[in-house]
Write a new protein. Sequence first.
Length: 73
Amino acid sequence: MDWGKFFWELWNYHRGKTIGIIIGFLFGIMVAVLGFFEAVFISLCMVIGFFIGKRIDENIDFRDFMDRIFKDH
């Protein structure tokens, strides 16, 4: 079996499932090693970091982004 072709087809035709399996596997390892609440905290920090990085990649001014989050009401 050609493993390179297998993983290429898996990635191209089942990308969402593949990413979901990888994320679930990594979260399971974190829970086993660190404990549930520590794993949830780290995962939450990763999600926040992802969204901040996404905003930076989209060339949205970081100061404007932070002002919208922490604006005075």
